[in-house]
Write a protein that binds this ligand. Structure first.
Ligand SMILES: Cc1ncc(COP(=O)(O)O)c(C=O)c1O
Length: 433
């Protein structure tokens, strides 16, 4: 596709009179389907490969048909309570303690925004009423994350009015993990300068390489410094279900909040992000606000009104798809699928390691492999990737590590088998000639 192809194939005005559905659907197939990027294809290896699944798709149909809007318990008791139940199931599967209360948002970006809003609520006195502007008694605030953290942390500090300069990126070690000594040093330097450290974001499964920050050591620093610890496990968190991988979230038990995205690696159609928070009372303190027209008699009877846990009033019935996915696959089915993806990634990594054309540039803790063409410049790497992608058989993406262009192969589709990664490998090798 070229930019504008879809736009140009469609009229620039809505029809004055309704059209038959057959005509609409014919255009859907003729114009839109060729312009789709097929995330639901087993050869999709870009970004974090997101796979949907039949129970998740059915749940989306049902959710649209039922049109639940779960702002209040009263406006959908089922959606409200199923969210609590399905998030508790997931929490137990990944081994987080029961003290973590969960809430569903659309994306990890929004989950992290809410976590940092709660951190700001605690650290900056009176912020809800007075905001930050013009307060001479506050010399500045700081949020910390590794240089490999996701850009959603930057966006959160921008939106929270902290300013992008308040985000201090901490250096990583040779395996792309945040260095706790550098974090401790940064916090003490900032305190001496009169700044208020608000929060640290540790990443379990970073976007480029899926590296895991040393959450245990970071948690000790946060406890000592009384700083909110948010763990971004958006992609990798679900792997804590797999025997041998429990360690990835073990130390997150000491965090204040943890985000993971069933829409990344739990076969749930986009979108569904789960935020677990030990201190949901703080999040409610930051956001709850009940105008007269939303007051209900159950409000005082201990029910959860989801509008209290965030910026949005209306809530989709997202829990339905999580519940159906967890029931359909069962914990065992999910573990098997995740372990299978990690095995495929190790297989692909072994081919890269044995090759004299390509080299691996990062460890492979989960289902992503980062590699590059040996001894070639960035332009050559990009040419190889473009050639491979133009085949239409597979789709890979890239990142930069230590300033150099790197190709990434991310496995996450339920139907990806060795045949698909072998095809990617074949295309890469022929493009590298
Ligand atoms: C580690 C990490 N955190 C957060 C995000 C943002 O996810 P979302 O698209 O759900 O906002 C991503 C996206 O890839 C990610 O890799």
């Amino acid at each position: 596709m070229q930019p504008g192809d879809i736009r140009n194939a469609l009229p620039d005005r809505a029809p004055e009179h309704g059209e038959p559905f057959d005509t609409i659907f014919a255009d859907f197939e003729r114009v839109l389907v060729p312009g789709l990027t097929h995330w639901n294809h087993p050869g999709f290896f870009a970004y974090f490969a997101i796979t949907s699944s039949a129970p998740g798709i059915l749940a989306e149909f049902l959710s649209a048909a039922l049109n639940q809007q779960a702002m209040l318990w009263r406006t959908s008791p089922a959606a409200t309570e199923l969210e609590e139940v399905s998030l508790a199931w997931l929490r137990r599967l990944i081994g987080l303690p029961d003290q973590f209360e969960g809430v569903i948002y659309d994306t990890a970006s929004v989950s992290t925004l809410h976590a940092l809003a709660a951190a700001r609520e605690i650290a900056v006195p009176g912020v809800r009423a007075q905001g930050l502007a013009g307060r001479s008694e506050i010399h500045g605030v700081r949020v910390y994350c590794s240089e490999h953290a996701h850009s959603s942390v930057d966006k959160a500090v921008i939106l929270l009015g902290l300013g992008q300069q308040s985000l201090r990126k901490i250096a990583a070690d040779g395996e792309f993990r945040m260095r706790p000594d550098a974090l401790a040093h940064a916090i003490s330097e900032d305190r001496s300068a009169g700044l208020i450290p608000i929060a640290v974001v540790a990443t379990v499964g970073s976007t480029s390489t899926t590296s895991v920050d040393p959450v245990g050591e970071i948690a000790s620093i946060c406890r000592r410094e009384q700083v909110w610890l948010h763990v971004d496990a958006a992609y990798a968190g679900v792997a804590a279900m797999v025997p041998g991988y429990e360690w990835i979230l073990r130390d997150a038990a000491a965090a204040d909040s943890v985000v993971l995205n069933p829409h990344k690696w739990l076969f749930t159609p986009f979108d569904l992000s789960a935020l677990y928070c030990r201190r949901m009372d703080v999040l409610r303190q930051a956001f709850s606000l009940t105008p007269e027209y939303l007051k209900t008699s159950e409000g005082d009877a201990g029910v959860r009104n989801l509008m209290d846990t965030g910026i949005q009033l209306g809530r989709r019935f997202r829990a339905l798809k999580l519940w159906m996915v967890l029931r359909h696959f069962g914990a065992d089915g999910i573990r098997t699928a995740l372990a299978g993806h990690m095995q495929l990634a190790r297989t692909f990594a072994s081919w890269v390691d044995a090759s004299d054309r390509f080299e691996r540039v990062a460890p492979v803790p989960f289902s992503v492999v980062c590699f590059r063409l040996r001894g070639a410049d960035d332009a050559a790497q990009q040419r190889v990737l473009d050639t491979v992608n133009s085949s239409g058989d597979v789709f890979l993406s890239h990142t930069k590590l230590d300033g150099r262009y790197v190709m990434r192969l991310a496995i996450g589709h339920l139907q990806t088998t060795e045949r698909h990664i072998a095809r990617a490998w074949e295309l890469l090798n022929s493009a590298a000639h």
